[in-house]
Design a protein around this ligand. Structure first.
Ligand SMILES: [Zn+2]
Ligand SMILES: [Zn+2]
Length: 100
C-alpha cells in the first residue's frame, strides 16, 4: 500500500519535472538562437507606434543590439521584431535614394 502511494505521489511530480526540463531545453535553444542573432542586429527604420517619430539608435545603442526600443520623443517602449534591431536613419545602400 505504501509503495502504491509512493507511485501515485511521484507520478504527477515526474510529469511536471519532465515538462519543466523540456521547456527549459526549448528555452535554452531559443536563447542560443537569440544570442547568435544578437551579434548582428538588423538595421531597420523604426517609427514609434505611439507618436510616429523615427527612432534612431545613436551612440552606445547604435552598436549595442537590443530588442526593445525607447522613443526619444514620447518615451514609448516597444519591441518591433523578435530579433535584435538597431534604428537607423538610412538602410544600408539606400542613403542616396532617400535624400532626393
Ligand atoms: Zn533603439
Ligand atoms: Zn514616440
Amino acid at each position: 500500500m505504501s509503495a502504491l502511494n509512493g507511485i501515485l505521489n511521484n507520478a504527477p511530480l515526474g510529469v511536471t519535472r519532465n515538462r519543466a526540463l523540456q521547456e527549459l531545453s526549448e528555452l535554452r535553444e531559443s536563447l542560443e538562437l537569440a544570442t547568435g542573432r544578437l551579434d548582428q542586429p538588423v538595421p531597420m527604420r523604426l517609427t514609434c507606434p505611439s507618436c510616429g517619430q523615427l527612432h534612431i539608435d545613436e551612440g552606445a545603442f547604435a552598436t549595442k543590439p537590443h530588442h526593445t526600443h525607447a522613443c526619444q520623443h514620447c518615451g514609448e517602449v516597444w519591441r518591433p521584431a523578435v530579433v535584435a534591431t538597431v534604428g537607423v536613419r538610412f538602410l544600408p545602400g539606400f542613403k542616396n535614394e532617400v535624400s532626393k
